[in-house]
Design a protein around this ligand. Structure first.
Ligand code: GDP
Ligand code: IMO
Ligand code: MG
Length: 432
């Protein structure tokens, strides 16, 4: 039985958390394979008429489904303070987190990596990326430079001390001489990290082995991405990206599951576009239309609270997501947010220096100069939040969905019409 990859198609915040949560009760495990607490997933659950809202940053969205094993894969970077405060927060609300499994090969976000993230952004000034300031970039940089601290290092004080002091030898020079900051003490870092070790120990396992056993036993596993296609360090709008592989390819390296095990790739895509942080955004709306999308869609970051930049749907990006991820199914979210807009523009291609481009340009400079070529679709004014089948949608909403489906070149198998678990139109089974 299969491993199913679930990714974001745009610049993040498409509603991956809700989509994963929807499937959580029907799968054995949900594995987070990349990123860290730069992610923010809001999940809304209706229990006995009561709306419960959960904001997850580090824990896989499967944590809210009893019976599902949440796994933090080797490709994730972990801030241990955030991990335990998220666990404590959920436990205090009655959510059982005892099944959580953490890869011993995942890297640890150290206090100096958090500091370096923030001071580097300040140092870059107008060239900044607009990171979440959580230490993500510096921690992945340490991993690639082979000076990172892994979860398993916390169980051997001698090794931990040697690694931390080795890393700080260089980093303190940078902090003091380049950024004019105070040097970080080896002991303080080691003591802080060791303080988490005993609580962490029972959660740690050989996660690739565990996943192989689950798959061999015929269980279904979801590999859940943080961030999204255009934030991927290789395939996104570099350098305005995150520091991990958020596309489907990253699911294998970030979890230890081989490509031959993956049976389908679900991409979550919003009915319009948003972006947080710096970088090009062809369909961005800096006018009242953009304000409207932000207000009605509640487009404010789950992690940093920053207002999200908003714009019309970009089918060029959707097609690109299909190509890079091998999308088999799309989940189209937030269709309800478009209700009441008389005419809905959709970007079908770009104009770059007077030439039409139907595909995302591979050159950073070209993408920065791309202006959208729009096709306009008639909107609808009926409330669609109670729609549960395609037939329940007004004709113009159905036409909008059908047009997007054709442009992004993969089937739309579910449609979100509200934040709640049940506010979804199931077109076809995502776990078929
Ligand atoms: P993620 O990072 O991809 O998990 O997405 P976020 O949680 O950061 O942002 C998506 C937001 O949209 C959350 O507040 C969700 O509750 C909400 N949401 C998800 N699907 C829908 C939908 O179909 N309609 C509406 N109105 N809100 C939705
Ligand atoms: P989810 O999983 C939206 C953006 C940041 C910044 C860039 C790099 O909720 O979709 P980083 O801190 O990762 O080094 O920042 O990436 N970014 C996100 N934007 N949703 C996210 O996650 C994001 N995670 C990072 O705003 O532009
Ligand atoms: Mg988010």
């Amino acid at each position: 039985m299969p491993a199913i990859v679930l990714v974001g198609a745009q610049w993040g915040d498409e509603g991956k958390g809700k989509a994963t949560d929807l499937l959580g009760s029907r799968v054995e495990a949900v594995v987070k394979f990349n990123g860290g607490n730069n992610a923010g997933h809001t999940i809304v659950i209706d229990t006995a008429g009561q709306r419960e809202k959960y904001a997850l940053h580090l824990l896989p969205s499967g944590i809210l489904s009893p019976g599902c094993t949440p796994i933090i894969g080797n490709g994730v970077v972990i801030d241990l303070e955030v991990l335990f405060s998220e666990i404590d927060g959920l436990e205090a609300r009655g959510v059982d987190t005892s099944k959580l499994v953490v890869s011993g090969a995942a890297h640890v976000i150290t206090p100096y990596n958090r500091t370096l993230d923030k001071v580097t952004e300040r140092y870059l000034g107008s060239r900044k990326i607009g990171t979440t300031g959580r230490g993500i970039g510096p921690t992945y940089a340490d991993k690639m430079s082979r000076v990172g601290i892994r979860i398993q290092d916390l169980f051997d004080e001698k090794i931990l001390r040697a690694k931390v002091s080795g890393a700080l030898e260089f980093k303190n020079q940078v902090l003091v001489k380049v950024y004019n900051r105070r040097a970080v003490e080896v002991d303080a870092v080691v003591d802080e990290l060791l303080g988490y070790a005993e609580r962490l120990r029972p959660m740690v396992a050989d996660t690739p082995l565990l996943l192989e056993q689950l798959l061999d036993a015929g269980r279904t596993v979801i590999l859940e991405a943080g961030q999204a296609t255009l934030l991927d360090v290789d395939h996104g709008t570099y350098p305005f990206v995150t520091s991990s592989n958020a596309t489907a390819g990253g699911a294998c390296t970030g979890s230890g599951i081989p490509p031959t095990r993956i049976s389908s790739v679900i991409a979550v895509i919003k009915a319009y576009t948003t972006r947080v942080g710096e970088g090009p955004f062809p369909t961005e709306l800096l006018d009242a239309d953009g304000e409207r999308l932000r207000d009605v869609g509640a487009e404010f970051g789950t992690t940093t609270g920053r207002p999200r930049r908003c714009g019309w749907f970009d089918a060029v990006i959707g097609r690109y997501a299909t190509r890079i991820n091998g999308v088999t199914d799309f989940v189209l979210t937030k269709l309800d947010v478009l209700t009441g807009i008389e005419q809905i523009p959709v970007c079908v291609a770009y104009d770059i220096d007077g030439v039409r481009h139907n595909e995302l340009p591979s050159s950073q400079g070209d993408f920065a100069r791309a202006t959208p070529i729009y096709e306009v679709f008639p909107g609808w004014s009926e409330d669609i939040s109670k729609a549960r089948t395609l037939e329940d949608l007004p004709e113009n909403a159905r036409r909008y969905v059908a047009a997007l489906e054709q442009m992004i070149k993969a089937p739309i198998s579910a449609i979100g019409v509200g934040p709640g678990r049940d506010e979804t139109i199931a077109v076809r089974d995502l776990l078929r």
